[in-house]
Design a protein around this ligand. Structure first.
Ligand code: FRU
Length: 535
């Protein structure tokens, strides 16, 4: 009896323990789920592309065809941190509403699938076209992690795949790799372009801290041409994801070639960023413009974006605007903290797409400008316009009664600039604030995310404000910005200076105000448009 009683007590204890364990496990799961739901609704952008789940980095293989934009991307489909890379895939008709597609390229015997590009092979130079179907050719880096671990230097090679259904499904070329590794550890990210003058393909890739150029008639056999970059530009990190394109110089009959090179670390505000070079390309070699080189040597201010969160951006193939500008899009994060940002179940978004133009302030002094490209009009749920706002210390421009600031596009002009600072503040009642603006004394823009919400996941995320130069001396400052839950993209002076940064506020921002001690300056033609969830 005693025995039986003891047994019952023991059983009851065990049951209580088991149920306690179950409850704490349930609680943990619940917590995890709540965290995920909160992050999902608070940080998942309304109209920037994010994968449904898991990790994403660089945009890859972007091309435009038959009214559809194709965006492939570095993707780890099983984890929210970087790992064996695949090419994910998304399509869009307008660069705002995106539909994720099945994975385009899986790792294979030659390695995982790193960054690369895709071209529409209209003349079937590759011979992969069948029954009149134009082949799309993707050229990417195979990264052999096992070979790397064994100490080889030859673990990155270039390979190709083709698609006969406009980029939906892909077949790997049987004779990969198409470019063997010449003995360079970092040898990757091929970008292919059509060089009209010589009717041939050019491939540009990153090789340690320079770029290399190759040519081909059939996209399969590549011949080395030249290299670029020794002793010029920023070399504080490894060179990655190059691009090369020709642009008209606005307002002239001249054209110039622009060479983009991403670098990590070494960015103007730390970590990852994309620098550019302006010069000429004769079908064999890129040479930098002498004035441009002089300016760069004095002070390197040639970055496509001075914010911390626009990396590895390249241009869409098979796309040119009427004014012959190119379409460029980047990864909206930074290797300094990309793997720690507090979002789940996905990590990272792409920037919005931008048209790049080349301008000269004085003859011979070239500069890139980025123009926000997308047409948001069909998605705008509300517009607020205010004329001539006089400034007095702190001015509230809009608050949550006017507009939902979690998805908004604003434009305005600040006139009669004075030698003082203009600080825009996005704030909420949780005490978070994101500050950005312009210091006219220093001719410098800034973004300060120190108090923007969650910052502790990384040592550098909120540590110091990011700074950017102003390139003009106009009396009026034109400002445009795009807000989307957890990101801001700032375009100053018609895109002459761009700053893109992400942030993680504890609650949505409710007010936008402007603080300044200026007395004569005014906010003119202020307009803000609300953009609800699209994706
Ligand atoms: C740039 C990069 C590329 C590489 C890829 C790997 O962010 O490092 O150089 O191909 O990411 O995911």
């Amino acid at each position: 009896m005693i025995f039986r009683k003891e047994n019952t007590v023991l059983c009851m204890l065990l049951l209580a323990l088991l149920s306690a364990c179950g409850t704490s496990e349930k609680k943990e799961n619940q917590k995890e789920m709540n965290k995920e739901n909160v992050e999902e609704s608070r940080y998942r952008p309304n109209f920037h592309f994010t994968p449904k789940k898991n990790w994403m980095n660089d945009p890859n293989g972007m091309f435009y065809l038959k009214g559809t934009y194709h965006l492939y991307f570095q993707h780890h489909p099983e984890s929210s941190v970087w790992g064996p890379m695949h090419w994910g895939h998304a399509i869009s008709k307008d660069l705002i509403h995106w539909e994720e597609q099945p994975i385009a390229l899986y790792p294979d015997a030659l390695g995982t699938i790193f960054s690369g590009s895709a071209v529409v092979d209209y003349n079937n130079t590759s011979g992969f076209g069948k029954e009149g179907q134009t082949p799309i050719i993707a050229i990417y880096t195979n990264h052999d992690a096992e070979a790397e671990q064994k100490g080889s230097q030859l673990f990155q090679t270039q390979s190709m795949a083709y698609s006969l259904d406009d980029g939906q499904t892909w077949t790997k070329h049987a004779e990969n790799p198409i470019i063997e590794n010449p003995g360079i550890r970092d040898f990757r990210d091929p970008k292919v372009i059509w060089y009209e003058k010589d009717q041939k393909w050019i491939l540009i890739l990153a090789a340690a801290q320079i770029t290399q150029f190759y040519e081909s008639k059939d996209l399969k056999k590549w011949t080395f041409l030249s290299s670029f970059g020794e002793g010029i530009g920023n070399h504080n990190g490894v060179w990655e994801c190059p691009d090369l394109f020709e642009l008209p110089v606005k307002g002239t009959k001249e054209t110039k070639w622009v060479h983009l090179v991403s670098i990590n670390p070494g960015g103007p505000n730390g970590g990852s960023a994309t620098q550019y070079f302006v010069g000429d390309f004769d079908g064999k070699q890129f040479t930098v413009d002498p004035n441009f080189q002089k300016e760069m040597e004095q002070e390197h201010r040639f970055w496509t974006d001075f914010g911390k969160d626009n990396y590895a951006g390249v241009t869409y193939s098979n796309w040119k605007s009427e004014s012959k500008g190119v379409l460029y899009q980047g990864w909206m994060s930074n290797w300094e903290y990309a793997q720690e940002v507090p979002t789940s179940p996905w990590r990272s978004a792409m920037t919005t797409a931008r048209e790049l133009e080349l301008v000269t302030e004085q003859p011979g002094h070239y500069r890139l400008r980025s123009i926000a490209h997308s047409n948001w009009e069909p998605y705008i749920s509300k517009t607020i316009e205010k004329k001539l706002l006089p400034l007095e210390g702190e001015t509230t421009l809009v608050d949550e009664k006017d507009i939902d600031l979690s998805g908004a596009i604003a434009q305005m002009e600040l006139s009669k600039l004075e030698n003082t600072t203009y600080t825009f503040v996005l704030a909420n009642s949780s005490g978070d604030s994101l500050k950005f603006g312009y210091n006219h004394n220093e001719k410098q823009f800034f973004i300060d995310r120190k108090q923007s919400g969650q910052v502790d996941f990384s040592k550098t995320f909120g540590a110091k404000p990011s700074l950017a130069p102003r390139f003009t001396s106009k009396e009026t400052l034109e400002i445009k910005f795009i807000l989307d839950k957890a990101s801001i993209e700032l375009f100053y002076d018609e895109g002459a200076t761009v700053m893109t940064e992400i942030f993680f506020s504890n609650a949505p921002f409710q007010t936008l105000s402007l603080i300044t001690s200026a007395e004569q300056s005014r906010v003119e033609a202020f307009s803000i448009k609300e953009l609800k969830k699209v994706n």
